[in-house]
Every structure is written in C-alpha cells, then in structure tokens.
Design a protein around this ligand. Structure first.
Ligand code: IDP
Length: 139
C-alpha cells in the first residue's frame, strides 16, 4: 500500500461554500483515482482522535470546533507518489502557492478546505480511521 494511497477530507467550510464539486474535479483532473468516498460528520471524540497530535497547541480548540461544525467528505486517493503529489496539489498550511486547492478555496489558515495525509505511515492510519477494507474499491 505504501506510496500510492493518501487520505483526504473535504472540510466543512468547502462543503458549506459549495466547493465540493470543483475540488473533486481538480483532484481527479490531477490524476488521482478515488477508491473510497463518504460523506460523514465527525464527533468531537473522532476529531480529537484524528488531530490528537495537535492537542495543547493554541489553534487546537478552534480546529476541533471547525471540524465538527458540519459534514466532511473523506476519500482515499490512489496515485503513484500519492502523499507528496497530493500535498503539492493542496498547497502549504500557511501561504499556499498560487493555483493550489487551499489557495483557491481556503477561507483562513484553519478553515482551509482540504486535508491531505503528510506521510505514508499517516496515510495508512488515516485511511483505516475512515474506511473499512470492504469500503475500498479496487478497480
Ligand atoms: P496540514 O493540514 O497542512 O497537514 P497541520 O499542521 O497538520 O497542517 O494542522 C492541521 C490543521 O490545523 C490545518 O490543516 C489547519 O486547519 C489547522 N492549523 C494548523 N496550523 C494552524 C495555525 O497556525 N493556526 C490556525 N489553524 C492551524
């Protein structure tokens, strides 16, 4: 599995603002294959688990409140070098480059439209967080 899968979430701000379709189109146009997809709403406990590494940081409470404020879309994306290529497509956390998904659709550093796994190890953990094996389609 390593190197060819990443986990994305389309965050509540992007769904609220009607940007879901444009974001998915950008993702698929960039060569990523969607092999699992779901609309869901994180509980406080789920958001705290997913972002546990950030507990104690000054943006943590704002991040958790934001991530439970509305539905998210979780997806597993497949592509060679998926993690790095997807991080390039979404742009940096702060000051994302022109034309990246965050540059086009983020409203702030916190409300930044999309998540992308930051390593193959975390991609595996995050894919398993959102999906059972039988929800992943091999095609
Ligand atoms: P990433 O999503 O680009 O990997 P992380 O550092 O893992 O960035 O942070 C997780 C999320 O927390 C970010 O996507 C963003 O929503 C929020 N966040 C990160 N750093 C800040 C900050 O300095 N201020 C406010 N929100 C932040």
């Amino acid at each position: 599995m390593a190197n060819n899968r990443t986990l994305t979430m389309i965050k509540p701000d992007a769904i609220e603002q009607g940007n879901t379709g444009a974001i998915i189109q950008k993702i698929t146009n960039s060569g990523f294959k969607i092999i699992a997809l779901k609309l869901t709403k994180l509980t406080t406990e789920q958001a705290a688990e997913f972002y546990g590494i950030h507990k104690g940081k000054k943006f943590y409470d704002e991040l958790i409140d934001f991530m439970i404020s509305g539905p998210i879309i979780a997806a597993i994306l497949e592509k060679k070098n998926a993690v790095d290529d997807f991080r390039a497509l979404i742009g940096a956390t702060v000051d994302p480059a022109e034309g990246t998904i965050r540059n086009l659709f983020a409203s702030s550093v916190t409300q930044n439209a999309v998540h992308g796994s930051d390593s193959d190890e975390n991609a595996n953990i995050e894919c398993a967080f959102h999906f059972n094996e039988n929800e992943i389609i091999d095609y």
